[in-house]
Design a protein around this ligand. Structure first.
Ligand code: ADP
Ligand code: ZN
Length: 745
């Protein structure tokens, strides 16, 4: 029975389901999407109303809502519904999903998180009356300053010009000026005067006024048609790197705005937002904003409210921006849709691209998924006709694709010894670019200096005390670090196992490559880009600007540099170990390798000079290496789809990973057995694989066992798990569910 004074509330506490509270008489009834303060196990938490008139519980006992924070909905209804869809599909608590949708400060329930400033403006003289005369020179000066700006000037600015607040207050008493409070928006674009050549706007304007290539024009006609029909449609825009997809996004966005609808643009990484947002800002001005977790809480909050108030037409952001409170969305662009960064690796474990498609369907929007190397999931949807499919096969201006050479490192080791990192061919190619004054980029998808430290006497490796992985040596920081839990320690003097004094390092990461390159070319300007060097806010933007200005000769980095950035004058790309991921127990390894190689090869030769790429590998014949070097997506897709089908992997079937944690591995396995048995009893019409120890069997002092559900009845699979967990609350607390997993380690 529905009760008029009951509300269902989602609270941001991991794993909690919907909670029902009573709104006491005297408090207003909060609508869906409003925040409320509610008691929960002895404290007050901020929750969000997900259902205004909830079903009565069997027990008939309810606690009272303590405070109704908002009397109007704070989150738009459709965003609440989207979050509930996410909670349901990804088997998470509704509060976890709602937490994604709320700006950080709102989770703390703050009502007045805005900063305000005092603005002073002249009061226009009324005709026929004699305005009072100001007294001193100070007052006269203030009036002169205010005269040209009818909108007013902030007291801070006036103070800088020597006009104090008391002076202004005297003018107020004379009826000559008025004060008002104005909300100060913390602007993430601050410091980027529109059109200036700061990192935000680098490259902006380069598109302006250009005709589309015939291929672009053809693709655009289809996109335009979908936009004009104005109904839901997802279109996969497959275009090689440099084929001008971004230009199509911009034009389609302009068309949508003309039609009075709004635009959401998703990019996979925070580091990519400045460049993309800068392009949109250069075309569309102040009605563009950004949303991602790299903004300060204040900036994020202020921009969120601008969006909520309808002051923004285009939002550019990372995956969580899919929950932006933007109304009347007509177009959602997911750039680099294949990128695994769209998958969130903590609860709710959602895939931002897939949620974008769901949002597009609910709001009748056109969804464009752009990529040079579409995910197998999107390719399968296009093949099945669920998505439209447009292709751009050529680079604009007929710039040729890079010339790719594969270097067989087995031969290199035989000739030069097994500790070679950079092959003779790559050294020669780097030297040639340096002498011509051209830029090179070296990719290695591993950071740090040495990846293993071991004892020469007993061969023991130094492992993280909390995780089942070896520690990576970082030379600059002079510490060994765990890349899973960030544990760090100095290198010990002696081996902890046998007391031996000879600790050696092997394996290498970007830091080591940087050192090698510097010692070979001491006068070259070398810059490294990885998570260790770009911790500081704004660091990446500065590096990109340096590269664009030609102040860098060689850029060494992890996959961060492979993604999306446009470096027009890079003419050589070297890939150190193309196969880091291959051979791991990960069914997406070949796809990841292919995507990374294609992306990085695409970085070479985007300007006037033709590019070259060298791929060093131990598996020159692997199909992902071969088709990436031939830039042949179709060949890769055929091979990979055949593999996924034969092995019964996604996108052929749905996959759910269930991970159970324990104090010991045997305990974790035991619990996983119990849970798997309970799931099986629910008859989920799916195969259950495992349980087995997870490939990374210990992370942060917790042991992990896992099993998989594989099948085509996704709903039945999810429901079986939910019912099994609901019958065992103690197991539920130890279990992580990953629907459509990316990392299965
Ligand atoms: P993609 O997003 O497909 O990798 P971009 O949109 O970044 O490609 O385009 C690659 C380069 O070509 C950019 O420098 C862009 O300014 C330029 N470009 C795009 N479309 C055109 C066009 N029609 N004519 C000339 N240059 C273009
Ligand atoms: Zn660790």
């Amino acid at each position: 029975m529905v009760n008029e004074r009951l509300v269902a509330v989602g609270v941001p506490v991991p794993g909690l389901g919907r909670l029902t509270y009573r709104v006491p008489e005297g408090l207003p009834m909060p609508p869906k999407g409003a925040r409320v303060s509610v008691p929960l196990s002895g404290r007050m938490v901020i929750g969000c109303v997900i259902e205004p008139h909830a079903q009565a519980l069997e027990s008939g006992k309810y606690r009272d809502v303590a405070e109704v924070v908002d009397t109007e909905s704070y989150l738009p209804e459709q965003v609440v519904d989207l979050a509930l869809w996410v909670a349901d599909y990804y088997v998470a608590g509704p509060g976890d999903a709602l937490a994604m949708a709320l700006p950080p400060m709102a989770r703390r329930g703050g009502k007045t998180a805005f900063r305000t400033m005092k603005v002073v403006s002249l009061i226009p003289a009324v005709a026929g009356t004699e305005p009072p005369t100001p007294k001193g020179g100070r007052q006269q000066e203030a009036l002169t300053l205010l005269a040209p700006t009818p909108d007013g000037v902030s007291t801070d600015v006036l103070k800088k010009h020597g006009v104090s607040v008391p002076t202004l207050r005297s003018l107020e008493r004379l009826g000559l000026v008025q004060f008002r409070d104005e909300v100060v928006e913390r602007d993430p674009f601050q410091g980027a005067a529109d059109g200036g050549s700061t990192p935000w706007t680098l490259g902006a304007g380069r598109h302006e006024g250009r005709d589309l290539t015939p291929e672009q024009a053809l693709a655009y006609r289809h996109l335009e048609e979908a936009a004009i029909i104005g109904l839901y449609r997802t279109i996969l825009l497959q275009g090689v790197t440099g084929s001008g997809k971004t230009e199509l996004y911009l034009r389609l966005a302009a068309l949508m705005l003309e039609r009075g609808r709004r635009v959401l643009v998703l990019v996979p990484e925070i580091a990519l937002t400045p460049a993309v947002a800068g392009l949109f800002r250069a075309r569309f001005g102040r009605r563009v904003t950004i949303q991602h977790s790299g903004l300060s809480d204040g900036e994020r909050h202020d921009q969120w409210h601008r969006i909520r108030r309808g002051e923004v037409d285009i939002v550019v952001g990372t995956r969580s921006a899919v929950f932006a409170p933007l109304a009347d969305i007509g177009l959602i662009i997911v750039d680099e849709e294949h990128d695994s960064a769209y998958k969130q690796e903590e609860a709710p474990r959602y895939q931002g691209r897939d949620v974008a498609v769901v949002r597009g369907r609910r709001e009748g929007a056109v969804v464009v998924l752009g990529s040079a190397t579409p995910s197998l999931e999107s390719a399968a949807n296009a093949q099945a006709g669920r998505y439209g499919h447009l292709t751009l096969t050529q680079r604009v201006m007929d710039r040729p694709l890079a010339d790719v050479r594969v270097v067989d490192m087995r031969k290199e080791f035989a000739a030069e010894g097994a500790d070679v990192m950079i092959s003779r061919d790559l050294w020669a190619a780097l030297e040639a670019r340096l002498s011509k004054g051209e830029q090179s980029l070296i990719l290695l998808n591993r950071r740090g200096f040495a990846t293993v430290v071991f004892c020469r006497q007993c061969a023991a490796t130094l492992e993280c005390p909390h995780c089942s992985v070896t520690l990576t040596f970082h030379r600059t920081a002079r510490r060994m670090r765990c890349h899973y839990c960030n544990y760090a320690s100095a290198i010990p003097k002696v081996c902890g196992t046998c007391g031996g004094e000879f600790l050696e390092q092997s394996g290498f990461g970007t830091e080591r490559i940087e050192a090698e390159v510097r010692s070979r070319f001491p006068s070259a300007r070398v810059v490294r880009v990885d998570r260790d060097t770009i911790r500081r806010r704004g660091a990446i933007a500065k590096i990109l600007a340096d590269v664009a200005r030609g102040d860098v000769d060689i850029l060494v980095g992890t996959q961060m540099i492979a993604k999306g950035h446009d470096f027009p004058s890079v003419t050589l790309v070297g890939v150190i170990s193309a196969d880091v991921g291959l051979g791991m127990a990960d069914f997406r390894a070949a796809e990841r390798t292919f995507q990374l190689l294609t992306q990085v090869v695409g970085r070479a030769g985007r300007g006037e000079v033709a590019g070259e790429a060298l791929i060093q590998t131990l598996y020159p014949d692997h199909y992902s290496v071969r088709s990436a070097s031939a830039q042949d997506y179709a060949a890769f897709l055929d091979h990979e789809m055949e593999f996924r089908t034969r092995m019964d992997y996604p996108p052929r079937v749905g996959l759910i990973n269930v991970i159970v944690r324990g104090k010991s591995l045997s305990q974790a396995l035991e619990h996983a057995q119990v849970l798997a048995g309970l799931v099986r009893r629910q008859g989920p019409k799916a195969r259950i694989l495992g349980p087995a120890p997870a490939p990374l069997s210990k992370i942060k002092d917790e042991y992990r066992a896992q099993f998989f559900l594989k099948g085509t009845h996704r709903r039945a699979m999810r429901e079986a798990i939910v019912r099994a967990l609901d019958s065992k609350p103690d197991l539920k607390r130890r279990t992580m569910i990953d629907v459509d997993p990316y990392s299965v380690m």
